[in-house]
Design a protein around this ligand. Structure first.
Ligand SMILES: Cc1cc2nc3c(=O)[nH]c(=O)nc-3n(C[C@H](O)[C@H](O)[C@H](O)COP(=O)(O)O)c2cc1C
Length: 322
């Protein structure tokens, strides 16, 4: 997610779940090929498994980027067919590719030919006045024929004119039934459902109908939920007994990053939602909001914020321990 799932966020989320697949922000093919590649694409080995999401529509450019992703050590490369922003539309990629299923198929085929990585696509159920039955089916057939490893479907349309990207994440109604029907029609294809999944109970319910779930805003804004992912969805123990212990495990990373010149707030801004419902959570957030943004903020600032949080487990930690 743009501006959210940067490498600091991903490192933090990986502390909370060993098993969930984590995605980068969308990076355009132009940025990969002509930008500061090392800075844009770098990730810590601890982030695995991690997927790189690409934005683009030129099969050859995407193929080159897929090979670069493989060289960097990513575990998957994903093509964005869901972003409705004007900038992306001007580049003729993102959600507007829902209208060009054959081109998306060519993109997937070119990426697969260039790299051994699994190639996946993230799409919508349709755009504008498309019929989601036809549009999603056409896209699915095209990418399936090209050998896509999984199709992640944000279960609502995108309106390319009249709605902002933010509104396009809330206003068009969710249609989970359309995604369930897609799975029934393509039983051999890995279908992942995205959109509006608020908690792991909802995720578990969807998993009886589809092969996977992707959580966006709930995972970012309430990261404590991630601590229950390994126990609830993978039958494994939680990496840490409580959000607070997980946050303490972030301190060595903070120290390393500050030594490299990273500002404390660039890391701690991702941690603000970790203690929902725990006494001291608001004081933790307030302390970081005022202190972590200061130029000389150090790991001691983060420790001081943590000291304001009670040791009590959150409900998520109880679930994780169950
Ligand atoms: C701040 C923000 C940035 C996003 N950036 C991307 C992106 O780069 N690529 C993408 O495929 N989706 C992006 N999305 C959309 C989410 O991946 C997801 O499809 C959408 O929020 C619906 O899922 P949710 O209800 O679980 O959040 C972004 C969403 C938000 C809130």
């Amino acid at each position: 997610m743009m501006e959210w799932t940067d490498r600091h966020c991903r490192f933090f989320h990986r502390l909370l779940t060993r098993r969930a697949l984590i995605y980068t922000e969308m990076i355009t093919t132009g940025a990969v090929l002509h930008g500061d590649r090392a800075r844009l694409m770098a990730f810590a080995p601890a982030e695995h498994p991690v997927a790189l999401q690409l934005g683009g529509c030129d099969p050859q450019a995407l193929a080159r980027c897929a090979r670069i992703a493989e060289d960097f050590g990513y575990d998957e490369v994903n093509l964005n067919v869901g972003c409705p922003s004007e900038r992306v539309q001007e580049g003729r990629f993102g959600a507007c590719l829902m209208a060009e299923p054959a081109l998306v198929g060519d993109c997937v085929a070119a990426m697969r030919a260039a790299a051994k990585l699994p190639v996946t696509v993230k799409c919508r159920i349709g755009i504008d006045d498309q019929d989601p039955e036809e549009a999603l089916e056409a896209l699915t057939c095209a990418v399936d024929a090209a050998g896509v490893a999984a199709l992640i479907v944000h279960a609502r349309k995108a309106w390319l004119e009249g709605l902002s990207p933010r509104e396009n994440r809330d206003v068009p109604p969710l249609d989970y039934a359309r995604v369930y029907r897609l799975k029934t029609a393509h039983p051999g294809l890995c279908i992942v459902l995205n959109g509006g999944i608020a908690d792991l109970d909802q995720a578990t319910a969807h998993l009886t109908r589809v092969d996977g779930v992707m959580m966006g805003r709930a995972a970012y804004q309430e990261p404590w939920r991630l601590l229950a992912v390994d126990p609830a969805l993978f039958g494994e123990g939680a990496p840490f007994p409580s959000p607070k212990v997980a946050a303490e495990a972030l301190i060595p990373y903070i120290e390393r990053e500050l030594a490299r010149g990273t500002r404390l707030n660039a890391i701690t801004r991702h941690v603000l939602g970790l203690f929902r419902g725990v006494p001291g959570a608001r004081a933790f957030r307030r302390h970081l909001a005022t202190e972590a943004v200061r130029g000389g903020a150090t790991a001691a600032t983060f420790r001081a914020a943590l000291a304001l949080v009670a040791d009590a487990d959150t409900p998520a930690a109880h679930t994780a321990a169950a």
